[in-house]
Design a protein around this ligand. Sequence first.
Ligand SMILES: Nc1ncnc2c1ncn2[C@@H]1O[C@H](COP(=O)(O)OP(=O)(O)O)[C@@H](O)[C@H]1O
Ligand SMILES: [Mg+2]
Length: 344
Amino acid sequence: MAAIELIDLKKNYGPVPAVKGINLTVADGEMIVLVGPSGCGKSTLLRMIAGLEAISSGHLRIAGSEVGHVDPADRDIAMVFQNYALYPHMTVRQNLEYGLKNRRVPRHEIGRRIADAADILEIGEFLERRPRQLSGGQRQRVAMGRAIVRNPAAFLFDEPLSNLDAKLRLQMRVEIRRLQRQLKTTSLYVTHDQLEAMTLADRLVVMNGGRIEQVGTPIEVYRRPETVFVAGFIGSPPMNLVCLDELGPCTLALPRETNLIGIRPGAIKLGKGAADDLGFDANVELIETVGDENNVHLRIDGTDKRLVASVPSDQRLREGDRVTCYVGIDGLHPFNTATGRRTD
Ligand SMILES: Nc1ncnc2c1ncn2[C@@H]1O[C@H](COP(=O)(O)OP(=O)(O)O)[C@@H](O)[C@H]1O
Ligand SMILES: [Mg+2]
């Protein structure tokens, strides 16, 4: 186990910058999730750490040693990909053994590690099968097993669950979390799925356009997004972002530079509000039922601005209703569009 330090790490593909200066320390035993839209540089960053991609500038340290120019095989890092990368002609056991034999791990030690990993991952019964005789979830477990048996200083995961169906993805997500807690191996996990990121991370790193937007625990980032980008990216349904002038006359005391307000769907109450709430009228355009809650699609009166409110599904509402919306002062996230940042 070891800490991973990234110091002003950059990657250019020719003249094109893909990673624009990342500063981050993953603590020993910590699980950090890098989340951001497709193309924001997540895989490039991970591949630089693994040594699969050369670093353009900056420093990379693992357990205090500079490893930016160390051969990938000597970095003591295991990577798990979405496409498993298992050898099809080898059995599960042979796939697990392969990396260890190459590293000249003694035979009895290999046997012990495979037995341990098979136990943890519950793959003991298909050790003699080939990958094509396994389901997607089982293959993903074998890919995890191959990382575990190496007993590396760190795990890197690049969207390992993207090829699985929704139910299995949820199940594997829980397993990965449980496994990481049990093994306490320093881990960097990449995903574009904000829900996966929220549930897996000790700390979240939200990336956009090759840079870090915000670092924090999932709840910190959710409660206090520091940028407009993070506000719109973390949370489902996404936070509503409304220009101040679309809300009509507003008497609330907001920080001076504020011209944009973020409101989580769950923070909007329809019907009765208190005196110190933000209030505005809207039309109910569409109601989506998602179980205990309904997502109510609203259009603010006199504007084309559309919002989503999540309200208990037992609240009586019909499409075409005109409603008054209330948001408590704690539910308002003030931003400035020029800086893209919070104003409070
Ligand atoms: N080998 C490459 N050559 C040129 N450009 C690349 C290469 N790999 C990635 N890129 C570019 O770098 C940016 C970041 O890509 P990537 O790290 O794969 O993003 P993510 O994993 O977040 O989707 C993208 O604009 C992508 O097109
Ligand atoms: Mg990627």
